[in-house]
Design a binder for this molecule. Structure first.
Ligand SMILES: Nc1nc2c(ncn2[C@@H]2O[C@H](COP(=O)(O)OP(=O)(O)OP(=O)(O)O)[C@@H](O)[C@H]2O)c(=O)[nH]1
Ligand SMILES: *[C@@H]1O[C@H](CO)[C@@H](O)[C@H](O)[C@H]1NC(C)=O
Ligand SMILES: [Mg+2]
Length: 432
Protein backbone atom coordinates (compact mmCIF):
# COMPACT_ATOMS: atom_id res chain seq x y z
CA UNK A 1 0.00 0.00 0.00
CA UNK A 2 2.78 2.40 1.03
CA UNK A 3 4.82 1.40 -2.05
CA UNK A 4 1.72 1.98 -4.25
CA UNK A 5 1.14 5.53 -2.99
CA UNK A 6 4.84 6.39 -3.33
CA UNK A 7 4.52 5.39 -6.98
CA UNK A 8 1.54 7.74 -7.42
CA UNK A 9 3.50 10.54 -5.80
CA UNK A 10 6.36 9.82 -8.22
CA UNK A 11 3.98 9.89 -11.21
CA UNK A 12 2.54 13.17 -10.05
CA UNK A 13 6.01 14.67 -9.58
CA UNK A 14 7.09 13.49 -13.06
CA UNK A 15 3.93 14.87 -14.61
CA UNK A 16 4.50 18.18 -12.84
CA UNK A 17 8.12 18.27 -14.02
CA UNK A 18 7.11 17.58 -17.64
CA UNK A 19 4.48 20.31 -17.51
CA UNK A 20 6.97 22.78 -16.02
CA UNK A 21 9.53 22.01 -18.75
CA UNK A 22 6.86 22.30 -21.43
CA UNK A 23 5.67 25.62 -20.05
CA UNK A 24 9.24 26.95 -19.85
CA UNK A 25 10.10 25.92 -23.43
CA UNK A 26 6.92 27.29 -24.98
CA UNK A 27 7.18 30.51 -23.00
CA UNK A 28 10.79 31.24 -23.96
CA UNK A 29 10.16 30.53 -27.63
CA UNK A 30 7.17 32.82 -27.72
CA UNK A 31 7.55 35.54 -25.12
CA UNK A 32 4.53 37.75 -24.71
CA UNK A 33 5.50 41.01 -23.17
CA UNK A 34 5.35 44.66 -23.88
CA UNK A 35 8.38 46.38 -25.30
CA UNK A 36 8.66 49.68 -23.40
CA UNK A 37 9.59 51.47 -26.66
CA UNK A 38 6.10 50.81 -27.95
CA UNK A 39 4.48 52.47 -24.96
CA UNK A 40 6.12 55.87 -25.47
CA UNK A 41 3.62 58.54 -26.52
CA UNK A 42 3.73 60.50 -29.75
CA UNK A 43 4.41 57.77 -32.27
CA UNK A 44 6.44 54.60 -32.38
CA UNK A 45 7.66 52.43 -35.19
CA UNK A 46 8.12 48.77 -35.74
CA UNK A 47 11.70 49.60 -36.66
CA UNK A 48 12.31 50.93 -33.16
CA UNK A 49 10.77 47.77 -31.81
CA UNK A 50 13.28 45.74 -33.79
CA UNK A 51 16.19 48.02 -32.95
CA UNK A 52 16.00 47.65 -29.18
CA UNK A 53 16.38 43.96 -28.34
CA UNK A 54 18.48 43.14 -25.31
CA UNK A 55 17.42 46.36 -23.58
CA UNK A 56 14.45 44.28 -22.58
CA UNK A 57 14.61 43.32 -18.89
CA UNK A 58 13.34 39.80 -19.55
CA UNK A 59 16.15 38.61 -21.79
CA UNK A 60 15.20 35.11 -22.90
CA UNK A 61 17.37 32.07 -22.15
CA UNK A 62 18.01 31.25 -25.80
CA UNK A 63 21.04 33.42 -26.69
CA UNK A 64 20.09 33.46 -30.38
CA UNK A 65 16.72 34.90 -29.62
CA UNK A 66 16.73 38.67 -29.98
CA UNK A 67 13.86 39.24 -27.59
CA UNK A 68 11.55 40.70 -30.22
CA UNK A 69 8.22 39.25 -31.16
CA UNK A 70 8.79 37.98 -34.68
CA UNK A 71 5.17 38.07 -35.70
CA UNK A 72 5.46 41.84 -35.39
CA UNK A 73 9.05 42.40 -36.51
CA UNK A 74 9.85 39.89 -39.22
CA UNK A 75 12.53 40.94 -41.70
CA UNK A 76 10.93 43.12 -44.34
CA UNK A 77 11.98 42.42 -47.94
CA UNK A 78 14.49 44.91 -49.35
CA UNK A 79 12.82 47.54 -51.48
CA UNK A 80 14.59 50.30 -53.40
CA UNK A 81 15.09 53.30 -51.12
CA UNK A 82 13.15 56.53 -51.55
CA UNK A 83 15.46 58.99 -53.22
CA UNK A 84 17.72 56.25 -54.63
CA UNK A 85 19.27 57.46 -57.84
CA UNK A 86 17.03 55.49 -60.22
CA UNK A 87 15.89 57.03 -63.48
CA UNK A 88 12.11 56.63 -63.86
CA UNK A 89 12.58 56.58 -67.64
CA UNK A 90 14.45 53.29 -67.30
CA UNK A 91 11.54 51.74 -65.42
CA UNK A 92 8.42 52.75 -67.38
CA UNK A 93 5.08 52.17 -65.63
CA UNK A 94 3.22 49.12 -66.95
CA UNK A 95 -0.06 50.84 -67.73
CA UNK A 96 -1.43 48.34 -70.28
CA UNK A 97 -0.93 44.59 -70.92
CA UNK A 98 1.44 45.36 -73.83
CA UNK A 99 3.84 47.33 -71.63
CA UNK A 100 7.00 45.57 -70.45
CA UNK A 101 6.72 44.31 -66.88
CA UNK A 102 2.92 44.03 -66.92
CA UNK A 103 3.06 40.30 -66.21
CA UNK A 104 5.72 40.55 -63.50
CA UNK A 105 3.25 40.31 -60.64
CA UNK A 106 4.85 37.20 -59.21
CA UNK A 107 8.51 38.06 -59.52
CA UNK A 108 8.94 39.49 -56.05
CA UNK A 109 9.87 43.08 -55.35
CA UNK A 110 9.11 45.53 -58.15
CA UNK A 111 12.14 47.28 -59.61
CA UNK A 112 12.40 50.99 -60.14
CA UNK A 113 12.23 54.12 -58.05
CA UNK A 114 9.95 54.64 -55.07
CA UNK A 115 8.01 57.79 -54.32
CA UNK A 116 8.24 59.46 -50.90
CA UNK A 117 4.84 58.08 -49.94
CA UNK A 118 2.86 56.20 -47.32
CA UNK A 119 -0.46 54.57 -46.69
CA UNK A 120 -2.38 56.27 -43.91
CA UNK A 121 -5.17 54.96 -41.74
CA UNK A 122 -7.10 56.63 -38.97
CA UNK A 123 -8.52 53.92 -36.72
CA UNK A 124 -9.58 52.85 -33.26
CA UNK A 125 -8.16 49.78 -31.54
CA UNK A 126 -11.54 48.13 -32.02
CA UNK A 127 -11.14 48.51 -35.81
CA UNK A 128 -8.20 46.08 -35.86
CA UNK A 129 -9.89 43.17 -37.69
CA UNK A 130 -11.63 45.45 -40.16
CA UNK A 131 -8.37 47.24 -41.02
CA UNK A 132 -6.62 43.86 -41.19
CA UNK A 133 -9.00 42.95 -44.00
CA UNK A 134 -8.23 46.19 -45.86
CA UNK A 135 -4.46 45.82 -45.46
CA UNK A 136 -4.57 42.27 -46.76
CA UNK A 137 -6.37 43.43 -49.91
CA UNK A 138 -4.01 46.35 -50.50
CA UNK A 139 -0.96 44.14 -49.97
CA UNK A 140 -2.24 41.28 -52.16
CA UNK A 141 -3.30 43.51 -55.03
CA UNK A 142 -0.43 46.01 -54.88
CA UNK A 143 1.90 46.73 -52.02
CA UNK A 144 3.55 43.32 -51.50
CA UNK A 145 5.74 44.19 -54.52
CA UNK A 146 6.43 47.78 -53.41
CA UNK A 147 6.76 47.78 -49.61
CA UNK A 148 5.42 51.28 -49.02
CA UNK A 149 5.17 52.33 -45.36
CA UNK A 150 1.93 52.54 -43.44
CA UNK A 151 1.08 55.20 -40.87
CA UNK A 152 -1.67 54.51 -38.34
CA UNK A 153 -3.22 57.40 -36.43
CA UNK A 154 -5.50 57.31 -33.40
CA UNK A 155 -6.87 59.72 -30.80
CA UNK A 156 -5.96 57.08 -28.18
CA UNK A 157 -2.84 54.92 -27.80
CA UNK A 158 -2.80 51.91 -30.09
CA UNK A 159 -2.74 48.66 -28.12
CA UNK A 160 -0.34 45.73 -28.58
CA UNK A 161 -2.81 43.63 -30.55
CA UNK A 162 -3.44 46.40 -33.05
CA UNK A 163 0.29 46.97 -33.59
CA UNK A 164 1.15 43.29 -33.79
CA UNK A 165 -1.60 42.37 -36.26
CA UNK A 166 -1.11 45.35 -38.56
CA UNK A 167 2.70 45.13 -38.57
CA UNK A 168 2.55 41.45 -39.43
CA UNK A 169 0.34 42.19 -42.46
CA UNK A 170 2.21 45.18 -43.88
CA UNK A 171 5.16 44.65 -46.22
CA UNK A 172 6.61 48.11 -45.45
CA UNK A 173 7.49 49.77 -42.18
CA UNK A 174 4.63 50.57 -39.84
CA UNK A 175 4.36 53.70 -37.70
CA UNK A 176 1.85 54.46 -34.96
CA UNK A 177 0.93 58.01 -34.01
CA UNK A 178 -1.09 59.49 -31.18
CA UNK A 179 -3.12 62.53 -32.26
CA UNK A 180 -2.59 65.69 -30.20
CA UNK A 181 -5.61 66.91 -28.22
CA UNK A 182 -5.82 70.21 -30.17
CA UNK A 183 -6.44 68.21 -33.33
CA UNK A 184 -9.23 66.16 -31.79
CA UNK A 185 -11.37 68.49 -29.68
CA UNK A 186 -13.61 71.54 -29.83
CA UNK A 187 -11.63 74.66 -30.79
CA UNK A 188 -12.13 77.50 -28.28
CA UNK A 189 -14.35 79.60 -30.57
CA UNK A 190 -17.07 76.93 -30.65
CA UNK A 191 -20.17 77.57 -28.53
CA UNK A 192 -20.70 74.24 -26.78
CA UNK A 193 -24.38 74.86 -26.03
CA UNK A 194 -25.16 75.68 -29.64
CA UNK A 195 -23.23 72.59 -30.83
CA UNK A 196 -25.12 70.40 -28.37
CA UNK A 197 -28.51 71.69 -29.58
CA UNK A 198 -27.49 70.89 -33.14
CA UNK A 199 -26.65 67.30 -32.19
CA UNK A 200 -29.96 66.85 -30.39
CA UNK A 201 -31.86 68.27 -33.32
CA UNK A 202 -29.99 66.08 -35.84
CA UNK A 203 -30.66 63.04 -33.67
CA UNK A 204 -34.37 63.74 -33.81
CA UNK A 205 -34.19 64.16 -37.57
CA UNK A 206 -32.32 60.83 -37.76
CA UNK A 207 -29.37 62.27 -39.69
CA UNK A 208 -26.64 59.66 -39.92
CA UNK A 209 -23.93 60.31 -37.26
CA UNK A 210 -25.86 63.56 -36.57
CA UNK A 211 -25.61 63.17 -32.79
CA UNK A 212 -21.99 62.00 -32.73
CA UNK A 213 -19.21 64.14 -31.29
CA UNK A 214 -16.40 61.73 -32.24
CA UNK A 215 -17.57 61.59 -35.87
CA UNK A 216 -17.29 65.39 -36.00
CA UNK A 217 -13.77 65.30 -34.53
CA UNK A 218 -12.92 62.64 -37.13
CA UNK A 219 -14.22 64.76 -40.03
CA UNK A 220 -12.40 67.87 -38.80
CA UNK A 221 -9.20 65.89 -38.27
CA UNK A 222 -9.32 64.39 -41.78
CA UNK A 223 -10.13 67.83 -43.21
CA UNK A 224 -7.41 69.80 -41.50
CA UNK A 225 -4.86 67.84 -39.53
CA UNK A 226 -3.94 64.34 -40.72
CA UNK A 227 -1.42 65.66 -43.24
CA UNK A 228 0.49 67.66 -40.63
CA UNK A 229 0.85 64.94 -37.99
CA UNK A 230 4.55 64.52 -37.08
CA UNK A 231 4.71 61.09 -38.74
CA UNK A 232 3.10 62.39 -41.94
CA UNK A 233 5.69 65.17 -42.23
CA UNK A 234 8.11 62.45 -43.43
CA UNK A 235 6.24 61.96 -46.71
CA UNK A 236 5.07 63.77 -49.84
CA UNK A 237 2.17 61.55 -50.94
CA UNK A 238 -0.48 59.54 -49.11
CA UNK A 239 -2.99 56.83 -49.89
CA UNK A 240 -5.86 56.75 -47.45
CA UNK A 241 -7.23 53.36 -46.44
CA UNK A 242 -10.24 52.79 -44.20
CA UNK A 243 -11.30 49.64 -42.34
CA UNK A 244 -13.35 47.05 -44.30
CA UNK A 245 -12.64 48.25 -47.81
CA UNK A 246 -11.99 45.99 -50.79
CA UNK A 247 -9.77 46.18 -53.87
CA UNK A 248 -11.09 44.01 -56.70
CA UNK A 249 -8.35 44.20 -59.35
CA UNK A 250 -4.58 43.76 -59.55
CA UNK A 251 -2.64 46.98 -59.67
CA UNK A 252 0.20 46.50 -62.16
CA UNK A 253 1.93 49.85 -61.75
CA UNK A 254 2.76 52.16 -58.88
CA UNK A 255 -0.07 54.71 -58.47
CA UNK A 256 2.21 56.90 -56.35
CA UNK A 257 4.66 57.11 -59.25
CA UNK A 258 1.77 57.79 -61.62
CA UNK A 259 0.70 60.73 -59.43
CA UNK A 260 4.21 62.07 -59.01
CA UNK A 261 5.38 61.71 -62.60
CA UNK A 262 2.17 63.18 -64.04
CA UNK A 263 1.91 66.11 -61.63
CA UNK A 264 -1.35 64.86 -60.08
CA UNK A 265 -2.27 66.24 -56.68
CA UNK A 266 -5.58 64.54 -55.89
CA UNK A 267 -7.38 61.42 -57.09
CA UNK A 268 -10.60 59.52 -56.62
CA UNK A 269 -12.53 56.42 -57.65
CA UNK A 270 -16.11 57.26 -56.61
CA UNK A 271 -18.09 60.46 -56.60
CA UNK A 272 -21.61 61.09 -55.33
CA UNK A 273 -23.98 63.63 -53.79
CA UNK A 274 -23.58 64.74 -50.18
CA UNK A 275 -26.58 64.74 -47.79
CA UNK A 276 -27.52 68.39 -47.83
CA UNK A 277 -28.69 68.26 -44.18
CA UNK A 278 -25.07 67.85 -43.10
CA UNK A 279 -23.74 70.88 -45.02
CA UNK A 280 -26.50 73.54 -45.37
CA UNK A 281 -24.08 76.49 -45.12
CA UNK A 282 -20.86 74.94 -46.42
CA UNK A 283 -21.16 76.60 -49.82
CA UNK A 284 -21.72 80.02 -48.20
CA UNK A 285 -18.45 79.50 -46.33
CA UNK A 286 -16.70 78.45 -49.52
CA UNK A 287 -17.98 81.54 -51.35
CA UNK A 288 -16.72 83.73 -48.53
CA UNK A 289 -13.30 82.05 -48.80
CA UNK A 290 -13.23 82.53 -52.59
CA UNK A 291 -14.01 86.22 -52.14
CA UNK A 292 -11.33 86.70 -49.47
CA UNK A 293 -8.69 84.63 -51.26
CA UNK A 294 -9.07 84.94 -55.03
CA UNK A 295 -5.32 84.27 -55.25
CA UNK A 296 -5.89 80.64 -54.23
CA UNK A 297 -8.46 79.81 -56.92
CA UNK A 298 -6.99 77.98 -59.91
CA UNK A 299 -7.66 79.50 -63.29
CA UNK A 300 -8.42 76.19 -64.94
CA UNK A 301 -10.50 74.84 -62.02
CA UNK A 302 -13.32 72.29 -61.94
CA UNK A 303 -16.17 74.55 -60.82
CA UNK A 304 -18.32 72.70 -63.34
CA UNK A 305 -18.04 69.58 -61.19
CA UNK A 306 -19.31 71.45 -58.10
CA UNK A 307 -21.92 73.80 -59.47
CA UNK A 308 -24.46 73.83 -62.29
CA UNK A 309 -24.87 77.60 -62.22
CA UNK A 310 -21.34 78.90 -62.41
CA UNK A 311 -20.72 78.83 -58.65
CA UNK A 312 -23.94 80.38 -57.30
CA UNK A 313 -25.09 77.11 -55.68
CA UNK A 314 -23.40 73.82 -54.82
CA UNK A 315 -24.72 70.73 -56.58
CA UNK A 316 -23.49 68.52 -53.68
CA UNK A 317 -21.06 66.53 -55.85
CA UNK A 318 -17.97 65.32 -54.08
CA UNK A 319 -15.24 62.72 -54.38
CA UNK A 320 -15.64 59.96 -51.81
CA UNK A 321 -12.67 60.58 -49.55
CA UNK A 322 -12.48 57.19 -47.85
CA UNK A 323 -10.30 56.42 -50.90
CA UNK A 324 -7.75 59.07 -51.77
CA UNK A 325 -4.28 59.14 -53.23
CA UNK A 326 -2.98 62.65 -52.99
CA UNK A 327 -0.21 65.13 -52.41
CA UNK A 328 0.57 65.98 -48.79
CA UNK A 329 2.57 68.97 -49.97
CA UNK A 330 -0.59 70.37 -51.56
CA UNK A 331 -2.60 69.86 -48.35
CA UNK A 332 0.20 71.56 -46.41
CA UNK A 333 0.25 74.51 -48.85
CA UNK A 334 -0.84 78.02 -47.84
CA UNK A 335 -3.83 77.73 -50.16
CA UNK A 336 -5.24 74.62 -48.50
CA UNK A 337 -4.45 75.63 -44.92
CA UNK A 338 -5.99 79.10 -45.46
CA UNK A 339 -9.07 77.33 -46.81
CA UNK A 340 -9.33 74.93 -43.85
CA UNK A 341 -8.71 77.75 -41.36
CA UNK A 342 -11.49 79.83 -42.92
CA UNK A 343 -13.97 76.93 -42.85
CA UNK A 344 -12.99 75.96 -39.31
CA UNK A 345 -13.62 79.51 -38.09
CA UNK A 346 -17.14 79.36 -39.50
CA UNK A 347 -17.83 76.42 -37.17
CA UNK A 348 -19.70 74.08 -39.52
CA UNK A 349 -17.77 71.02 -38.38
CA UNK A 350 -19.74 71.37 -35.11
CA UNK A 351 -22.79 73.57 -35.88
CA UNK A 352 -23.56 71.30 -38.83
CA UNK A 353 -21.78 68.07 -39.65
CA UNK A 354 -19.42 68.90 -42.48
CA UNK A 355 -17.69 65.82 -43.87
CA UNK A 356 -14.08 65.73 -44.98
CA UNK A 357 -15.23 64.42 -48.38
CA UNK A 358 -16.95 67.64 -49.55
CA UNK A 359 -14.27 69.71 -47.80
CA UNK A 360 -11.41 67.98 -49.67
CA UNK A 361 -13.34 67.79 -52.92
CA UNK A 362 -14.28 71.45 -53.05
CA UNK A 363 -10.68 72.37 -52.29
CA UNK A 364 -9.35 70.14 -55.06
CA UNK A 365 -11.93 71.30 -57.59
CA UNK A 366 -11.35 75.01 -56.91
CA UNK A 367 -7.69 75.27 -56.07
CA UNK A 368 -6.12 72.71 -58.42
CA UNK A 369 -6.02 73.00 -62.20
CA UNK A 370 -8.25 70.22 -63.51
CA UNK A 371 -5.41 68.21 -65.03
CA UNK A 372 -4.03 67.72 -61.50
CA UNK A 373 -7.12 65.70 -60.45
CA UNK A 374 -7.13 62.07 -61.51
CA UNK A 375 -9.86 59.46 -61.78
CA UNK A 376 -8.40 55.96 -61.24
CA UNK A 377 -10.80 53.92 -63.37
CA UNK A 378 -8.49 50.91 -63.05
CA UNK A 379 -8.55 50.82 -59.24
CA UNK A 380 -11.63 48.76 -58.35
CA UNK A 381 -12.90 49.59 -54.92
CA UNK A 382 -15.64 49.00 -52.39
CA UNK A 383 -16.52 50.82 -49.19
CA UNK A 384 -19.97 50.09 -47.84
CA UNK A 385 -22.31 50.57 -49.68
CA UNK A 386 -20.79 51.54 -53.08
CA UNK A 387 -18.57 49.81 -55.65
CA UNK A 388 -16.35 51.13 -58.38
CA UNK A 389 -15.85 48.26 -60.84
CA UNK A 390 -13.92 49.28 -63.99
CA UNK A 391 -15.82 49.70 -67.21
CA UNK A 392 -14.49 47.53 -70.04
CA UNK A 393 -14.55 43.75 -69.93
CA UNK A 394 -11.05 43.40 -71.36
CA UNK A 395 -9.64 45.64 -68.64
CA UNK A 396 -11.40 43.59 -65.95
CA UNK A 397 -9.98 40.36 -67.38
CA UNK A 398 -6.46 41.78 -67.76
CA UNK A 399 -6.49 42.98 -64.16
CA UNK A 400 -8.06 39.75 -62.80
CA UNK A 401 -10.91 41.71 -61.21
CA UNK A 402 -13.40 39.91 -59.00
CA UNK A 403 -16.11 42.59 -58.88
CA UNK A 404 -19.46 42.23 -60.58
CA UNK A 405 -19.65 45.00 -63.24
CA UNK A 406 -23.39 45.29 -62.50
CA UNK A 407 -22.45 46.66 -59.08
CA UNK A 408 -20.52 49.55 -60.61
CA UNK A 409 -21.94 52.72 -59.12
CA UNK A 410 -20.55 55.16 -61.73
CA UNK A 411 -23.59 55.23 -63.95
CA UNK A 412 -26.30 55.05 -61.30
CA UNK A 413 -28.52 58.00 -60.45
CA UNK A 414 -26.82 58.87 -57.18
CA UNK A 415 -23.35 59.05 -58.73
CA UNK A 416 -21.85 62.31 -59.93
CA UNK A 417 -20.67 60.48 -63.04
CA UNK A 418 -24.29 59.88 -64.14
CA UNK A 419 -24.40 60.74 -67.85
CA UNK A 420 -27.35 63.17 -67.79
CA UNK A 421 -25.48 65.29 -65.27
CA UNK A 422 -22.19 65.13 -67.16
CA UNK A 423 -20.12 66.89 -64.51
CA UNK A 424 -17.62 64.15 -64.78
CA UNK A 425 -17.40 64.20 -68.55
CA UNK A 426 -17.23 67.97 -68.72
CA UNK A 427 -14.54 68.52 -66.16
CA UNK A 428 -12.72 65.37 -65.19
CA UNK A 429 -12.91 62.64 -67.81
CA UNK A 430 -11.33 64.79 -70.48
CA UNK A 431 -8.23 65.17 -68.35
CA UNK A 432 -7.72 61.45 -67.60
N1 LIG B 1 -9.17 56.79 -33.79
C1 LIG B 1 -10.43 56.98 -34.21
N2 LIG B 1 -10.75 56.73 -35.48
C2 LIG B 1 -12.02 56.93 -35.87
C3 LIG B 1 -13.03 57.39 -34.99
N3 LIG B 1 -14.19 57.48 -35.68
C4 LIG B 1 -13.92 57.10 -36.94
N4 LIG B 1 -12.61 56.75 -37.07
C5 LIG B 1 -11.92 56.32 -38.29
O1 LIG B 1 -12.17 57.30 -39.27
C6 LIG B 1 -12.47 56.72 -40.51
C7 LIG B 1 -13.87 57.11 -40.96
O2 LIG B 1 -14.80 56.63 -40.02
P1 LIG B 1 -16.01 55.68 -40.44
O3 LIG B 1 -16.70 55.25 -39.20
O4 LIG B 1 -15.52 54.63 -41.37
O5 LIG B 1 -16.94 56.72 -41.19
P2 LIG B 1 -17.68 56.56 -42.57
O6 LIG B 1 -16.78 55.94 -43.57
O7 LIG B 1 -18.28 57.88 -42.88
O8 LIG B 1 -18.88 55.62 -42.21
P3 LIG B 1 -19.02 54.02 -42.31
O9 LIG B 1 -20.07 53.82 -43.33
O10 LIG B 1 -19.41 53.64 -40.92
O11 LIG B 1 -17.68 53.44 -42.72
C8 LIG B 1 -12.25 55.22 -40.35
O12 LIG B 1 -10.92 54.96 -40.75
C9 LIG B 1 -12.44 55.02 -38.86
O13 LIG B 1 -11.68 53.91 -38.41
C10 LIG B 1 -12.66 57.65 -33.63
O14 LIG B 1 -13.46 58.07 -32.79
N5 LIG B 1 -11.35 57.44 -33.29
C1 LIG C 1 10.23 62.93 -47.96
O1 LIG C 1 9.44 64.10 -47.83
C2 LIG C 1 9.59 64.78 -46.59
C3 LIG C 1 8.57 65.91 -46.57
O2 LIG C 1 8.75 66.79 -47.62
C4 LIG C 1 11.05 65.24 -46.45
O3 LIG C 1 11.21 65.89 -45.21
C5 LIG C 1 11.95 64.03 -46.54
O4 LIG C 1 13.30 64.45 -46.48
C6 LIG C 1 11.71 63.27 -47.83
N1 LIG C 1 12.49 62.04 -47.81
C7 LIG C 1 13.26 61.68 -48.82
C8 LIG C 1 14.01 60.41 -48.65
O5 LIG C 1 13.37 62.33 -49.84
MG1 LIG D 1 -15.69 54.13 -43.37
Amino acid sequence: MAAGSARYVRYILIAFFVLAVFYFVSDSSNPVRVNPELLKPGGTTAEQHKATPGKDAQTPVNPHHDGADHTATKEKPKTPKVGANLDPAEYPLAMTPNDPGFNDLNTGIAEGPRVNATFVTLARNSDVWEIAESIRQVEDRFNRRYGYDWVFLNDQEFDETFKKVTTSLCSGKTHYGLIAKEHWSFPPHIDQEKAKKVREDMKERKIIYGDSISYRHMCRFESGFFFRQPLMMNYEYYWRVEPSVKLFCDIHYDPFRFMHENGKKYSFVLSLYEYIETIPTLWDSVKKFMKNHPEHIAEDNSMGFLSDDGGETYNKCHFWSNFEIGSLEWLRSKAYTDYFESLDQDGGFFYERWGDAPVHSIAAALMLPKEQIHFFNDIAYWHVPFTHCPTGEKLRMDLKCHCNPKDNFDWKGYSCMFPPILHFKKDILLTC
